[in-house]
Design a protein around this ligand. Structure first.
Ligand SMILES: Cc1cc2nc3c(=O)[nH]c(=O)nc-3n(C[C@H](O)[C@H](O)[C@H](O)COP(=O)(O)OP(=O)(O)OC[C@H]3O[C@@H](n4cnc5c(N)ncnc54)[C@H](O)[C@@H]3O)c2cc1C
Length: 476
């Protein structure tokens, strides 16, 4: 260990931008065994591991780095998997530059350990060698849990509960499991077989998936409460923030998630008429994406791969103040995306179909109460960019769940997310828990996993305390 003094940081080889633009494959190649061990050995094994402290899952990173450096990969995987349900997914899509790697103590002057790449290597190896098996329980319990939403929060909870012996039923309005990991995040960041093989394992473990089943339409929350000993709501946040102004209703202005879902479905081999007829397809178009978060980055890079003539990203703040990961911005720039910083749309121009965006230059003013600098338009600085397709990536809010579920007693926070007791993760309805984005607002996969695992612990505690047949008896 401690090789950071003599061994430079090296990420897995990154494919050339020209090649990346032409396909949907992930952009990094796999580490070789030697390179993974070498890079893991750069860890300084510091007394207070800030990487672990800043990981939402509290991953025991120094330990699995040391095991990797020693070539003890199966043990490394066991340690990584003991706190994380999907280490191969976090290794691929966590913003490590803001979390573990950004807090690595050797970061300053020596560049951090490539934690995410090693995590991905360990877990991909575990899959290849058959070390990952379905989470079947040692014994069955007579209780069942209903989970609404098959995203990372719902799936992480499902795995934990199934391991304990519960009959687990997941209800999802989509036709595939995975939530935003399957239909939101593009293949070049997270290849779909990586998500689908987890789903396969859960089915093999006896978890029942009720797909194409929208709770609130096909089945009511009340029915699920009657059917199961506890219910977990893990429905994510899907109401796209919109933009008004003159021309906002023109054809050719589309929400980001519609666009990304169409692209992901196409990649999975589905029939997608709105893609085929060009409405949700950037091929041959001048594309403008509005927004500066990870969703905007996914849209610009998807448009490049679909064969857009040009792709511009319009963001009202500057590079240093954008919410998206800096790594993603760099990848996008390498792939030919142009960033138009400090610019916000004023109006959309065009007859029936959008032909351009009129934007105004912004400058950053004084910080507000949250400490974030406010943006202010610069008078007389308007300019127009031509566009055939405009994608709105302005973030997401929660849907109105009390209305959707016909459950007015389901309490909300002032942001419209579900209000829970943070010690028990229970909503205002007894026996109904909540986890993931629907509690936090739009967040990260790693936080959804954390919430799902915590919710499983609390559900187990609740069922044990309240179910008519005590678990200790049932387990005999
Ligand atoms: C484009 C995009 C890119 C992202 N990139 C990253 C990234 O790179 N890294 C990262 O860490 N995070 C990323 N995120 C955020 C991350 O995907 C989410 O934080 C995470 O998926 C939230 O998990 P969840 O389980 O709470 O919800 P979701 O993943 O949204 O899953 C919710 C599930 O609930 C289902 N559902 C909703 N309502 C109902 C209903 N009424 N009945 C039945 N089922 C229902 C949905 O169909 C869905 O399957 C990205 C998000 C987006 C939109």
């Amino acid at each position: 260990m401690l090789k950071f003094v003599s061994t430079p940081q090296r990420m897995p080889d990154k494919r050339a931008a020209a090649a990346r633009r032409g396909d949907w494959d992930e952009i990094y190649r796999e580490f070789s065994a030697e390179r993974a061990a070498e890079q893991a050995s750069r860890c300084s094994q510091c007394g207070v591991p800030f990487c672990q402290v800043h990981c939402p899952l509290g991953n025991n990173i120094p330990d699995w780095l040391k095991l990797t450096a020693e070539g003890r990969l199966e043990e490394a995987y066991e340690v990584a998997a003991s706190t994380n349900t999907f280490p191969e997914i976090c290794g691929r899509i966590c913003p490590q530059d803001r979390l573990c790697e950004g807090n690595c103590v050797i970061e300053k002057g020596f560049e951090s350990v490539t934690i995410g790449a090693v995590e991905k290597y360990i877990t991909d190896t575990a899959w290849e060698r058959g070390w990952i098996t379905p989470p079947t329980p040692l014994r069955e319990l007579p209780h069942s849990v209903g989970i609404i939403g098959a995203g990372p929060a719902g799936m992480a909870a499902a795995e934990q509960l199934r391991r304990k012996g519960y009959a687990v039923h997941i209800y999802d309005r989509y036709d595939r499991a995975g939530g935003l990991m399957i239909y939101g995040i593009p293949n070049f960041k997270l290849e779909k077989p990586v998500v689908l093989r987890r789903w396969e394992q859960y089915r093999a473990a006896g978890i029942t998936f009720h797909l194409n089943c929208a709770v609130g339409e096909d089945v009511s929350l009340q029915e699920l409460r009657a059917r199961h000993d506890a219910v977990l709501i893990a429905t994510g946040v899907y109401k796209a923030r919109d933009i008004g102004g003159p021309g906002a209703g023109l054809a050719g202005i589309v929400p980001a998630l519609d666009y990304l879902t169409a692209s992901n479905r196409k990649g999975l081999g589905d029939a997608v008429p709105a893609f085929d007829d060009g409405r949700l397809n950037a091929a041959g178009k001048r594309v403008i994406v509005i927004g500066g978060g990870d969703t905007a980055m996914d849209c610009v890079r998807t448009a490049v791969r679909q064969g857009a003539v040009s792709v511009q990203c319009l963001y009202r703040r500057d590079r240093a103040n954008m919410p998206g990961s800096m790594r993603e911005v760099k990848h996008a720039e390498e792939e030919g995306v142009e960033f138009v910083w400090l610019s916000a749309p004023e109006a959309f121009v065009g007859d029936r179909h959008v032909a351009g965006v009129r934007a105004v230059r912004m400058h950053l003013g004084l910080p507000d109460a949250t400490g974030r600098q406010q943006v202010e338009p610069i008078t007389g600085s308007s300019f127009t960019l031509e566009a055939d397709l405009v994608i709105k990536a302005l973030g997401f809010d929660p849907e109105d769940l009390p209305r959707m579920f016909n459950a007015p007693e389901l309490a909300l926070t002032r942001w419209g997310t579900l209000k829970i007791d943070h010690r028990t993760m229970m909503t205002s309805l007894p026996g109904v828990f909540a986890a993931g984005d629907i509690v936090r607002g739009a967040s990260l996969v790693v936080w959804a996993i954390r919430d799902g695992r915590d919710a499983a612990t609390e559900i187990h505690r609740y069922v044990q305390a309240t179910a008519s047949r005590p678990l200790a008896v049932a387990a005999e």
